[in-house]
Design a protein around this ligand. Structure first.
Ligand SMILES: [Zn+2]
Length: 335
């Protein structure tokens, strides 16, 4: 972290006022030291629009994939090494599969698979996903171990799933907010132009004394009737943190005219909030003609032969919709 660009904003001794300039496509890390809170705020504009419009998704699918992109950005931006954070869902709902690939320090790509016939008005994220699981993988490269966390999805939202993941796997008190919206702005006279926007916030309670971070169990599960369940009183600082993030409205997270710093100041100014250097994000796929060619060569000769249509092999990247064309010879198909 570049300490030169750290800025402490407190009521008593503000180094400077919160900037009113909105910054899109970035992650803004912050700290509320008085409450032992750390967090990250993200705003996504052109990056999100670029990923979603390449696919021309129906609105509910775009919105759900947008939420997944915000969540993966909030989690992946914590990586301190070269690596990737991959968020995937596999479920029985109208959106049966989605994947977000976050490559450090800030490269994003994503896509979703869905059944257009099962889409109906008014379906929320939980209904669109249905039942199945959410997998989060941290991949640090070929020689390193992969870490995977799994959470069951059972009709709840991605926010719910993230909370369960942190409670069960990481055991760090965490709250997450995700919001995706559509913006219509006047274009060049040809009518309003549609754009996707999103925002999100992650807040974690990281006290020095670990016993302060104890959390109540989700539910007693299949404990026998009458079993004593542990009642854990949450730390006052974390109770306050949760109640503050609980006041954040979707419109504040996606408002193109409200800067991230102003939003953080609005929430935490009574305690003092310090922001760190923002991390820029970009939409970029990692596919290439060479990589696709190598993938083709890994198939069995018979499978390669079956891919030839009209004397060529055409491969479309599911992430970015790039089309790669090969002659049968280039694709390694024997005459
Ligand atoms: Zn691609």
């Amino acid at each position: 972290m570049d300490s030169q660009s750290d800025t402490k904003i407190t009521t008593e001794a503000a180094v400077r006022a919160p900037s009113s300039v909105p910054v899109d496509d970035a992650v803004l890390p912050f700290e509320v030291a008085e409450l032992d809170l750390r967090g990250r705020l993200t705003r996504l504009g052109p990056v999100l629009d670029d990923i979603l419009t390449k696919h021309d998704y129906p609105t509910p699918v775009g919105k759900l994939l947008g939420e997944a992109i915000v969540l993966a950005t909030l989690l992946g931006s914590a990586l301190k090494f070269d690596g990737r954070f991959i968020l995937q869902t596999q479920t029985d709902g109208p959106v049966s599969f989605l994947i977000v690939d976050f490559q450090s320090p800030g490269r994003l790509r994503a896509y979703a698979r869905y059944d257009a016939k099962r889409l109906k008005d008014g379906q929320d994220s939980g209904t669109l996903l249905g039942k199945g699981h959410l997998a989060m993988t941290i991949d640090q490269g070929a020689d390193m171990s992969r870490y995977q966390g799994l959470v069951a999805l059972d009709g709840g939202s991605l926010e719910d799933a993230a909370h369960e993941y942190f409670l069960r796997s990481e055991q760090i008190p965490t709250r997450v907010r995700l919001a995706v919206g559509e913006e219509w702005r006047g274009g060049d006279g040809s009518g309003p132009k549609h754009r996707w926007r999103a925002g999100g916030m992650l807040l974690q309670f990281l006290p020095k004394a670990p016993e302060r971070a104890r959390q109540p169990d989700l539910h007693p599960g299949d404990a026998p009737d009458g079993a004593v369940t542990h009642s854990v009183t949450e730390d006052d600082a974390w109770v306050e943190g949760q109640s503050l993030i609980g006041t954040v409205e979707d419109v504040e997270l996606i408002d193109p005219d409200l800067s991230g710093e102003r939003l953080l100041y609005r929430l935490f100014h009574e305690r003092g909030v310090r922001v760190f250097a923002p991390l820029p994000l970009r939409a970029q796929c990692s596919c290439s003609r060479d990589a696709v060619s190598a993938m083709l060569k890994s198939f069995a000769p018979k499978d390669r032969a079956e891919m030839v249509k009209d004397d060529k092999v055409v491969v479309t990247c599911e992430f970015c919709s790039s089309v790669y064309q090969f002659t049968p010879h280039e694709a390694g198909v024997e005459e």
